[in-house]
Structure formats: structure tokens, C-alpha cells
Design a protein around this ligand. Structure first.
Ligand SMILES: [Zn+2]
Length: 296
């Protein structure tokens, strides 16, 4: 009775908050940088526009995941945060036996794998910008190179975007933009999700590559990618770290978010704009993915 009424009003209030959330993709980066980032353990990572790690994203991500989602059985319902078990629909294809020629792993294990490559930001949302280097451009260039390598190895690759654009229609909210990326991975029943980003930090001395994963879903994928990435690029190894980025939190398959380097570091921004270096980054991520599937 009374409690039921209270619950109903509470839910209505939460829904109002959610739908009135005044974040648009266009201003996501600046809004997030003002709000700061609450992503767990993302030391030296201020690339908050990317993963929706801003305060509001955290709060509303929680509301979606824990409150509204389970109640209405929308947003997939079971897309859970760390800890709780999630209904993993991924049915791994039988791995191709054989020609593991040592090193970074054979590419035979990639055959038939469904891989979503997600170049972060795009269109009206360039992500981090510094030293005349736009994050969205770096992300797209490396994403396309990664796609080519994966396709060549026989994987089925789905790009969330393959041009300089947003994934959701322009003018959509940040939540809609990120959900559109997640939805592609879920609809395609991808084996893994790989998001490509460039980092930024107020301290221009900070440089290096790092790879994020969520919960206990994919530390092994993150480790494989980070190891191979450092090997091909020679970048400063900032290691792997758990994080609550939206796209990692809400995808059911193993996923990683790769921060290739810092656009705010002058030297690294030059590298990130360089075609040959972008090729090395793509090769590193590719090698890591191959090694991951090879060891499964
Ligand atoms: Zn980003």
C-alpha cells in the first residue's frame, strides 16, 4: 500500500532523472572533464569522455543496471556490473587446431571469430584534443588498420564506425551514443569487443599505453593486448587495469579498452599522428588478440 506507492513515486523520479539527463555527445568530453572521472583505478587516465566514466554516467549506469534494468527487464536486464554473474551468450567457436608457430600466436585461431572494433568518439565528439592531435582521428585510423589485419586473418569484423561520425544519430545523448556501440556488439554476438582510444592528462609529461577491462570478464585479453602492444610500439608500459567504462560494463563478451597513448604528451602525439606508428599500434593489438584466442 503505502510502501508500494512510495516505490512507484521513487521509480517515476528515477525515470525522470534519467530521461532529463542533459548530456549530449557533442559536449560529452568537456562535461566529463569538469565532472572528473570516477573510473576505478584509472590512474593517469583522464580520457573520461570515452567511456562515460563521469559522475553522472556512474550514477545513471548504476540506475540502469541495478534499478531500472532489472525492474523493467530492459537494457538486457542481465548486463551486470562486476561481481554478479551475467548471462554470457557467447558461444566460442571451435578453435582451429594447429599451426602455432610460437611468438605472438598463430593467426589461425582468429578464423571465424566475430570481433567488434570500436574507434572511440567521432563526428561532433573528437574526444581528447591536444598538440593539434584529435583523439577520434587516431582511434579511427588505428581501428581501420586493425580491421584490415583481422579480416586478413579470417575474422569477421564489425566496425562501430568506419568514418568520422558518431555511431548514434548526431545530437543523441552520450548514453545513446555509447549504447549504440554496445548494441552492435550484442546483436552480432561478438566474441570480443575492442575499443580504441587515445588518452589525455593535464600533466604533459605523462606518456604510455594502457589497457582496461571490466570485472573478471577479460583480464587475460587485456594482458595479452597490453603485452603485445608494448612489444610492437616500445611505448611506456602503464599496465592493465579494471575500469567501469560504459562500453566494457554493458557488453557481455570479453572486452578491452585500449588507451594507445597521450595526445597531451608532445612526443606521443607526434607518434599517434604518424601512419607507421599507427600501424605498429594496430599490429600490437592484433597480435594480442591472436595470442588471446591462441591460448584458449
Ligand atoms: Zn576516448
Amino acid at each position: 500500500m503505502y510502501n508500494t506507492k512510495l516505490l512507484a513515486w521513487g521509480m517515476l523520479f528515477l525515470m525522470m532523472c534519467t530521461f532529463l539527463l542533459p548530456l549530449s555527445a557533442a559536449h560529452a568530453a568537456s562535461t566529463d572533464s569538469v565532472l572528473g572521472t570516477l573510473a576505478s583505478s584509472t590512474v593517469a587516465s583522464k580520457d573520461s569522455g570515452s567511456g562515460g566514466s563521469g559522475f553522472f554516467e556512474q550514477v545513471f549506469g548504476f540506475l540502469f543496471d541495478k534499478v531500472l534494468g532489472p525492474i523493467f527487464n530492459i537494457f538486457g536486464g542481465g548486463k551486470s556490473s562486476s561481481g554478479t554473474s551475467s548471462p554470457v551468450n557467447v558461444i566460442p567457436l571451435p578453435s582451429t587446431p594447429g599451426d602455432s608457430a610460437g611468438g605472438v600466436g598463430s593467426t589461425a585461431s582468429l578464423r571465424g571469430k566475430v570481433i567488434v572494433v570500436d574507434p572511440g568518439h567521432g563526428g561532433s565528439n573528437p574526444g581528447a584534443v591536444a598538440n593539434n592531435d584529435r583523439e577520434s582521428d587516431n582511434n579511427l585510423a588505428v581501428g581501420l588498420k586493425l580491421r584490415d589485419k583481422l579480416v586478413q586473418a579470417g575474422a569477421k569484423v564489425i566496425m562501430t564506425r568506419d568514418t568520422d561520425r558518431t555511431v548514434a544519430p548526431e545530437g543523441s545523448s552520450l548514453s545513446e551514443e555509447l549504447e549504440a556501440r554496445v548494441a552492435m556488439a550484442e546483436q552480432q554476438k561478438a566474441d570480443i569487443f575492442v575499443s580504441i582510444h587515445s588518452n589525455s592528462n593535464p600533466d604533459s609529461n605523462i606518456a604510455g599505453a594502457m589497457t582496461f577491462y571490466h570485472g573478471n570478464k577479460s583480464p587475460d585479453l587485456a594482458r595479452a593486448v597490453q603485452t603485445a602492444l608494448i612489444k610492437t610500439t616500445g611505448a611506456v608500459d602503464k599496465g592493465i587495469s579494471p575500469a567501469t567504462f560504459y562500453v566494457l560494463r554493458n557488453t557481455t563478451m570479453p572486452g578491452v579498452l585500449v588507451e594507445m597513448g597521450f595526445v597531451t604528451n608532445e612526443q606521443e602525439s607526434v607518434q599517434l599522428k604518424n601512419d607507421a606508428y599507427r600501424g605498429k599500434v594496430a599490429q600490437g593489438v592484433f597480435n594480442g588478440i591472436a595470442a588471446y584466442f591462441d591460448n584458449r
